[in-house]
Design a protein around this ligand. Structure first.
Ligand code: SER
Length: 344
């Protein structure tokens, strides 16, 4: 049992968790994690306690409530967009019911400690649904409140959880006798496709970008499933982690929204391929369009309007596409797959 204010992170073994644990641990924040997959040993050493299990397991959440004084939740666990289309009911259970469990967890913890629990939620560009390529081209940088008509289960799940979060923060049990809302300080970001040098993604529809780069560095062939003119926004993982930490640290009075767009750069698939070829001239990349995944990409915006994030809490990504490749992705990914000189 620990009475030290502690951070709970779900989905901690995933791509965002990897970078976020490093930064929170470096800042000295006690962290407990919950994931169906165990943490990599190097990360496990940085957390106070690792719970291996499901966000759908209410007893496990009760145990965490009993053992730790949680004051901040990073709820990262989710099934990504491609995987969710193959298992929509499971996606709803994990993505929506799982989030409801965590919001309820935060509400109860906030009630019992008599203070607000910060709740960070990663939403996505998948909440948008642009009906045609002509509309997508004309829309340009899409603001938060336009085109909220997703075509995917994952997008519907993310949009629904944005509303659930706002409900818990502002309107929870609005007909009850005493004030019940305000225990959960819900803050969300709609992320573009994220590209990490440390991990390769799985189950997403924006995965063609990181897959192409990681495959080239490993010397493997890659058949890109997106048309060369496909354009959606992306962000380098260190900037995604920075954005989370900035949003969570921002004074509540500065925030004008519960969920913000965050952008960084928006290269086409062809431009990504050209950058990968420039760095790895021997790269073997072909295009084999998957029309169904392509339709999902075509429904996502070409870029996002993130003026509110920049104005309210100082969103300021360090990397544009050229510097993300030159200073982060290419050197770090090269190093990651370099043959070990001492190795066999
Ligand atoms: N990158 C995610 C996906 O492709 C979108 O949030 O599923």
């Amino acid at each position: 049992m620990s009475r030290v204010p502690t951070t709970l992170m779900t989905g901690s073994s995933g791509e965002i968790g990897h970078g976020l644990i490093e930064r929170l641990a470096a800042a000295g924040k006690p962290i407990v994690t919950l994931d169906v997959n165990p943490l990599a040993p190097a990360l496990a050493r940085k957390v106070r306690k690792e719970f291996t299990g499901s966000i759908l397991d209410a007893q496990l959440l009760d145990r965490i409530t009993a053992e730790y004084e949680v004051d901040c939740v990073f709820h990262l666990a989710a099934l990504l967009s491609t995987r969710s289309e193959f298992a929509p009911v499971l996606a709803h259970q994990v993505n929506v019911e799982g989030t409801l469990n965590l919001l309820e967890f935060a509400q109860k913890v906030g009630e019992s400690h008599g203070r607000r629990v910060t709740f960070f939620y990663p939403s996505s560009i998948a909440v948008y649904g642009l009906p045609t390529l002509a509309v997508k081209a004309a829309a340009g940088r899409v603001p938060e409140d336009a085109f909220n008509v997703p075509t995917t289960m994952y997008g519907a799940n993310k949009l629904s959880c944005e509303h659930l979060g706002r409900y818990y923060a502002l309107h929870y049990k609005q007909l009850s006798a005493g004030p019940a809302a305000g225990r959960v300080d819900f803050r969300g970001l709609r992320f573009p496709g994220l590209i990490s040098a440390a991990t390769a993604p799985s189950g997403g529809t924006s995965d063609y970008a990181p897959e192409m780069i990681h495959a080239a560095a490993k010397g493997e062939e890659y058949a890109c499933f997106a048309r060369p003119d496909t354009r959606i926004p992306f962000m380098a993982m260190p900037d995604a982690v920075d954005a989370i930490l900035r949003l969570v640290a921002a004074p509540a009075a500065r925030l004008t929204r519960s969920v913000y767009n965050v952008g960084a750069f928006a290269p086409s698939a062809g431009e990504i391929e050209a950058a990968v070829r420039a760095a790895f001239p021997a790269a073997h990349i072909t295009t084999e369009v998957d029309e169904k995944r392509q339709a999902i990409l075509d429904s996502w915006p070409a870029d996002v309007d993130d003026c509110a994030a920049r104005a309210d809490w100082g969103h300021a990504p360090r990397y544009d596409f050229a510097s993300a490749c030159r200073d982060y992705l290419i050197p770090r990914i090269r190093e990651r797959y370099a043959p070990n000189p001492q190795g066999p």
